[in-house]
Design a protein around this ligand. Sequence first.
Ligand code: 5GP
Ligand code: ZN
Length: 136
Amino acid sequence: MNKMAACIFCKIIKGEIPSFKLFESDKVLAFLDIQPLSRGHALVIPKHHGVKLTDIPDDSLADILQVLKKIAIATGAENYNVLQNNGRLAHQEVDHVHFHLIPKPNTTEGLGIGWPAQKMDMDELKKLYETLKAKM
Ligand code: 5GP
Ligand code: ZN
């Protein structure tokens, strides 16, 4: 079986695994997360199978922010996070690109974030900027 055939989110797209679908278009599907971090936690995925953001063609990504916005409005959440993990080290568990919409109703529910900000030397930052800018 190839990776796409085994993919749990491809199975959800095909209706082989049930889900609570919130939105569907030819390119995008949104559904409730089965193990939510908070009430209303939802996932928005491109129908195109790819593991990481960089594997997805631009036209399959185009509608995703609008769908996240629709869900954010529908939940009525005042505070919420949009999260998209790429790779095991970055907490990706399902290898089909997905964007989380996670309401943050209080300090304990929703997304908890570690934010280990580092001191940065301005010359270093400028060098980094020039390297990246040249590749954009
Ligand atoms: P990741 O850690 O890969 O960014 O998040 C994967 C998410 O997919 C988790 O929040 C998990 O609860 C959700 N998930 C995994 N399997 C299923 C499933 O079969 N159905 C639904 N609706 N969500 C799932
Ligand atoms: Zn897939």
